[in-house]
Ligand binder design. Structure first.
Ligand SMILES: [Zn+2]
Length: 342
């Protein structure tokens, strides 16, 4: 009787089911060499490293999904691409590190277990109250895996894939982490357009997200990409994710979208105002259930406290990530404005 077990995933049919069966520790590292000579290494929980038979100098690709456990669609996209590769449906041409971020939260069907993993990078995992928690340990493990991978490639690109809880006037959008003096590369706009992501928000300061870590510390061209709304495993309309799936497959196969012009379809926003809960009779005039990128006309009163009132300036401004329920001194939301085209 032929051996039915999978060389990487044993009795499990694919990477995702294997990972959910071993959410915290890997039974042992395993690897497989594909018929063309490419190698696939299972190096840790939710960590899969891909090495083509012949290496070129294109940037190493890190793609992460499920840093928030209940954001299932991008997880399913990555899992399908791995299955296609292992099935021999296409030839790998690019070094890649694929990451399923938070398997215990995936099993629980929640965004996170103890702490929001996507706030624990850039060393935040070493600080109280996070240090020693499972998510802090995972952030440290993911940072280490990315550092190891970065040493094997000349340059690095990192796409951290998410789906949002809140509805958005712009269904899919990308966040470009702030790195002083860096400009968004034109081929990045082409990638976004090819992925049906037509909105880019340039962030205004360094954070503790996964993409902030990879861009600030590893010099990667990184993006956090929000691909639509959260649904449980199996309930995603995968046609809504076909753009990102196609462009990621293209990167792995070495058939990148033709450069130039496509990026014109991406609208770029910049941060105008970070709204902070000032405490002193702070009032936020944006409704609780408002969608991301809801636009307000000039003159609209957005927030006020005892001493200040903020009104939209001469051009419309839009709200992203509104959340009034934050402690004094913390961020209530961002006001963003479409960048004028020079
Ligand atoms: Zn997320």
């Amino acid at each position: 009787m032929p051996d039915q077990t999978h060389p990487l995933f044993g009795p499990h049919p694919d990477w995702l089911t294997f990972t959910l069966a071993h959410p915290t520790t890997l039974p042992e590292p395993r690897s497989v060499t594909l018929p063309d000579g490419a190698r696939v290494d299972l190096t840790g929980t939710g960590l899969l490293q891909l090495a083509p038979a012949s290496n070129d100098n294109s940037p190493g690709l890190v793609v992460s999904a499920g840093v928030h456990g209940n954001e299932t669609a991008p997880i399913e996209v990555l899992n399908r691409l791995v299955t296609e590769l292992l099935d021999g449906q296409w030839i790998l041409r690019r070094r890649a590190l694929l990451i399923l971020g938070n398997p215990p939260a995936m099993i629980a069907g929640t965004r996170f277990v103890d702490f929001n993993l996507n706030r624990l990078f850039q060393g935040a995992h070493q600080k109280a109250p996070y240090t020693g928690s499972p998510e802090a340990d995972r952030a440290a493990e993911l940072e280490a895996a990315c550092r190891r991978f970065a040493r094997q490639v000349s340059t690095l690109v990192h796409y951290d894939l998410h789906t949002a809880i809140r509805p958005s006037k712009r269904e899919k959008f990308a966040l470009y982490p702030f790195v002083a003096g860096r400009r968004f590369p034109p081929d990045g706009l082409d990638f976004l357009a090819a992925s049906n992501v037509h909105t880019l928000l340039l962030q205004h300061k360094t954070g503790t997200t996964f993409s902030s870590f990879s861009s600030s510390t590893l010099g990667a061209e990184s993006l956090t990409i929000e691909l639509g709304q959260v649904k449980p495993f199996g309930q995603n309309d995968l046609t809504r994710f076909s753009g990102i799936e196609r462009s990621l497959r293209g990167l792995l196969k070495g058939t990148e979208p033709s450069a130039g012009r496509q990026g014109d379809n991406v609208t770029v926003f910049e941060v105008i105002e970070e709204i902070i809960n000032t405490g002193a009779d702070f009032q936020f005039h944006v409704p609780d259930d408002v969608a991301n990128f809801t636009e307000y006309p000039p003159g609209t009163l957005i927030w006020e406290d005892r001493d200040h009132a903020y009104r939209v300036g001469d051009e419309p401004e839009a709200i992203v990530f509104p959340n009034r329920d934050v402690p004094v001194g913390q961020r209530v939301g961002l006001l963003v404005r479409q960048q004028s085209r020079a």
